[in-house]
Design a protein around this ligand. Structure first.
Ligand SMILES: Nc1ncnc2c1ncn2[C@@H]1O[C@H](COP(=O)(O)OP(=O)(O)O)[C@@H](O)[C@H]1O
Ligand SMILES: [Mg+2]
Length: 315
């Protein structure tokens, strides 16, 4: 299949007209989605609804928003969530320092009109626009992609506030009035599910659980992202990682780790996996000492033997 040309961020493209077109759009930017993800994404774009993506870390949730913005030529606006995120970091904040300077200057120049001064310092120039406000403003390139990343890191109060914003795509700034998006942004919300996100918010969205890819798709991802990688090595890497995910680990490796490992092994000019190389590079795949310890030399060798047998049988 011929890949569609990569679109530049300068020109905004139409949203895809079918599930197949959605798959193709994503694969044009080397994002290999399964059909269920492409379906829900297609529907979210069609219905103008936020898409809520949940799944383990490193399975390609954040990347979806980046790829959409790139292929549709829309601006990407990212709100990275964290504990304690509040309106001043998510929506807007007044630039107090600049307002203070304006007041001092006015006083020095003996400006008499106090009322005018107080309306002057609450204008656009003193407003610091944070991601949610930026996403509601008119954008010359078309409605932007708004990525609300790792929502599970915030608290419920912020979630409730977000629910309001997503209901009407508007926010109210007391000193200025209500700002409403003429065209709602394309909203992608992600969660690593460190806690359950509230039903009310999920109900606003279309939902998809992003699982680990099948071996076949993961292999295609590795080969798309690391073009020079050898056939045997890439097969072994993918099957080893898939076998690792079946082990009882504290944190199983995501696609991000597979890609890192494949890059690392390519850097080391590895042609095929052997127990020693696996042991020496395990820190690229596993980030918890307990997991690394669980995969001691004999266990790693057993897994590798299993993978080799699996691949031999498939030949
Ligand atoms: N289906 C996929 N196709 C191509 N690359 C993928 C896919 N899934 C994951 N990746 C890659 O894996 C890495 C991690 O993805 P990311 O979106 O950061 O994960 P998450 O947000 O789920 O933690 C990125 O480099 C991304 O390109
Ligand atoms: Mg992410």
């Amino acid at each position: 299949m011929k890949k569609p040309a990569k679109t530049s961020a300068a020109s905004s493209a139409k949203t895809p007209g079918s599930i197949d077109a959605t798959l193709e759009l994503l694969s044009g930017a080397d994002y290999l989605a399964d059909r269920s993800l492409a379906t829900v994404l297609f529907l979210a774009l069609r219905m103008g609804r936020p898409l809520f993506l949940e799944g383990e870390a490193g399975v390609g949730k954040t990347e979806i928003a980046k790829v959409l913005s790139e292929t549709l030529g829309r601006k990407l606006i990212r709100l990275q969530c964290y504990e304690g995120l509040d309106v001043s970091a998510a929506v807007y904040e007044w630039n107090y320092a600049a307002q203070m300077i304006a007041i001092r200057l006015a006083e020095a120049n003996d400006v008499a009109d106090r009322e005018k001064l107080s309306s002057d310092i609450f204008d656009d120039r003193y407003l610091i626009k944070r991601p949610l406000l930026q996403a509601l403003e008119p954008n010359p390139g078309g409605a932007p992609v708004l990525l609300i990343d790792e929502l599970d890191r915030t608290d419920e109060a912020f979630e409730a506030f977000l629910l309001e914003v997503l209901a009407d795509f508007q926010v109210t700034i007391p000193e200025m009035g209500t700002i409403k998006a003429a065209e709602p942004p394309i909203v992608i919300i992600t969660s690593n599910r460190t806690r359950e996100v509230h039903d009310a918010l999920k109900r606003r969205c279309l939902y998809h659980w992003v699982g680990y890819p099948s071996a076949e798709r993961e292999l295609a991802i590795v080969r798309a992202k690391i073009p020079g990688i050898g056939k045997t090595l890439s097969m072994q890497i993918v099957h080893f990682v898939q076998a690792l995910r079946r082990e009882d680990l504290f944190k199983a490796p995501g696609v991000a780790e597979t890609l890192d490992w494949a890059t690392a092994l390519s850097e080391l000019d590895t042609v095929a996996l052997d127990p020693e190389t696996v042991a020496d590079t395990l820190g690229v795949l596993l980030k918890y000492q307990d997991d690394i310890a669980r995969l001691d030399g004999t266990k790693a060798k057993a897994l590798l033997d299993e993978v080799r047998a699996e691949l031999r049988a498939a030949e």
